[in-house]
Design a protein around this ligand. Structure first.
Ligand code: NAD
Ligand code: UFG
Length: 349
């Protein structure tokens, strides 16, 4: 019988790509999402892309903090494991509204963990972030590098990691994998699913994509005086489909008897500057991205990239795609869906 995976936040950017890979891999995926930062259309498209496997996808509109609703779901179905993506992720907003972030991300997670225990499901894969490395003194970041938080969003990731380590210490029958994502970009090669942020994008590639389709006049480059090859910030960009495959590898690892509570970086191990990223995007899209050079963005690190050795060795997983493929697929998605999943009514044909 196919293994059944509960995917929280599965309608979102990384979640929708992971649900597709789960379905194609023969899993049954049950998604819970409050649609706070996503559209159910993403899941309809995932279902179509999954072909015959599409019928193995079920969606429930539930907020994770709604314990009775979560209880009811767990009582109605047995889950072999949970992949927990659901959370708010805008760094700036978390500084303005810390309580919202602590309530949504921490209470949501604690509620989920309580209901999991009550129903005997103790297999978890959690979306952590490279944000826990703060401004790293040494790169590449290994899983043993010091961790810290620079803002309330980052603190929720740090706290949840610690909560997971604590519950494992208290009950060794838990199996938990904490995945620290570096910078997910790109989209499924069909151009049918991709990232569709609400409001002004905070992150580099969604902003570049909106400039390319004419929604914004120029990209502001935050900082040109870093000690990097061209003065702009360096990050480890990873194709979202590679990231999704990393979750399948983590799920498989959960059945290894040696696993307790483990942490893995999911990145490519390569650092790319803002200007290199823009240049690759211009090359594959044929679009000129006008730039406005500006001061550093407060809280930004200079250079962040991953050591990928542990994931390669223990998860048997390695990112396949390079920068040009990430930009190509980002542009394919953007050009086919310039206003995301739900264009303003006035723009619909
Ligand atoms: P996303 O916003 O596209 O997806 C998150 C989903 O969770 C959304 O569909 C949202 O509606 C849902 N959600 C939020 N709070 C909820 C709640 N209380 N109950 C039910 N559903 C809720 O974000 P994403 O980029 O797909 O990120 C997924 C996870 O990965 C997040 O935890 C994020 O912090 C983490 N992460 C993302 C990045 C990145 O750059 N995208 C980097 C590192 C880590
Ligand atoms: N940048 C610009 N202009 C923009 C947006 C970003 O120049 O409009 C620059 C940033 O200064 C940085 C690089 O592009 O040098 C990448 O910035 P992102 O905002 O795309 O990504 P960050 O690495 O700053 O942060 C993201 C998420 C965090 C997450 C982290 C690691 O926002 O939540 O990746 O996963 F923790």
């Amino acid at each position: 019988m196919a293994s059944t995976v509960l995917v929280t936040g599965g309608a979102g950017y990384i979640g929708s790509h992971t649900v597709l890979q789960l379905l194609l891999g023969g899993y049954k995926a049950v998604v819970v999402d409050n649609l706070d930062n996503s559209s159910q259309i993403s899941l309809k498209r995932v279902q179509e892309l999954a072909g015959d496997h599409g019928s193995n996808l079920v969606f429930h509109k539930i907020d994770l903090r709604d314990k009775p609703a979560l209880e009811k779901l767990f009582a109605s179905e047995k889950f072999d494991s949970v992949i927990h993506f659901a959370g708010l992720k805008a760094v700036g907003e978390s500084v303005q509204k810390p309580l919202l972030y602590y309530d949504n991300n921490l209470i949501g997670t604690i509620t989920l963990l309580e209901v999991m225990v009550a129903h005997g499901c103790k297999n978890l894969v959690f979306s952590s972030s490279a944000t826990v490395y703060g401004w790293p003194k040494v790169v590449p970041c290994t899983e043993e590098s010091p961790i810290s938080a620079m803002n309330p969003y980052g603190r929720t990731k740090l706290f949840i990691e610690e909560i997971c380590r604590d519950i494992y210490q208290s009950d060794k029958s838990w199996k938990i994998i904490l995945l620290r994502y570096f910078n997910p970009v790109g989209a499924h090669s069909s151009g049918y699913i991709g990232e569709d942020p609400r409001g002004i994008p905070n992150n580099l590639m969604p902003f570049v994509q909106q400039v390319a389709v004419g929604r914004r006049p120029a990209l502001t480059v935050f900082g040109t005086d870093y000690g990097t090859k061209d003065g702009t910030g360096v990050r480890d960009y990873i194709h979202v489909v590679d990231l999704a495959d990393g979750h399948i590898a983590a799920l498989k690892k959960l059945s290894d008897p040696s696993v307790g509570c483990e942490v893995y970086n999911l990145g490519t191990g390569k650092g790319t500057s803002v200007l290199e990223m823009v240049s690759s995007f211009e090359k594959v899209s044929g679009k000129k991205i006008p730039l406005e050079m500006a001061d550093r963005r407060p809280g930004d690190a200079e250079i962040v990239y991953a050591s990928t050795e542990k994931a390669e060795r223990e998860l048997n997983w390695k990112a396949k795609y390079g920068i040009d493929e990430m930009c190509r697929d980002q542009w394919n998605w953007a050009s086919k869906n310039p206003y995301g999943y739900e264009p303003p009514a006035a723009l619909e044909k």
